[in-house]
Design a protein around this ligand. Structure first.
Ligand code: SF4
Length: 145
């Protein structure tokens, strides 16, 4: 049996890891070492998922994004290859991260641009291309909104 994995696009819920803070340009600034949020944080932080990213245990088939064998969300979001000299962000969950386990550095390349969207009650996420800096050369392909 494979080791439990962590989802880097989790919800703002008690016990989740605060993965990072969305900066003024829209890019995520990662927090390390890991910080777990409590009920007070959840209650006192409106629109938290627009301002922060959270990590939670990957629930595989219990998530609507699970494709049957891997994370369908990461499959959709990881659209480019990280340059050879790309420096991986200093995130706190790399050892168990679902996206990194499946896509390696290519996942970490797009990860700082991902905005989690749980408004409809279903886990989803999109990429804020406006937050891509000049070193980010990826572009979304037509079939990967
Ligand atoms: S994709 Fe990479 S940067 Fe993002 S949470 Fe996973 S290991 Fe960290």
């Amino acid at each position: 049996m494979s080791e439990p994995k962590t989802c880097p696009s989790g919800r703002c819920r008690e016990g989740a890891i605060l993965l990072g803070v969305v900066g003024p340009t829209g890019r995520l600034g990662y927090l390390s070492p890991a910080i777990r949020i409590d009920a007070d944080f959840v209650e006192s932080t409106p629109s938290a998922e627009q301002r922060f990213r959270f990590a939670e245990p990957c629930v595989q088939a219990a998530c609507s994004q699970w494709s049957g064998s891997q994370c369908g969300l990461a499959e959709r979001l990881v659209t480019g290859r990280a340059p050879k000299d790309y420096q991986l962000p200093d995130c706190s969950i790399r050892g168990t991260c679902r996206w990194h386990a499946e896509h390696g550095a290519d996942a970490c390349y797009v990860c700082p641009l991902v905005i989690t969207d749980n408004r409809a009650g279903a886990a989803n996420a999109s990429i804020d291309w406006d937050a891509a800096d000049s070193s980010t050369v990826m572009q979304p392909s037509a079939d990967r909104a």
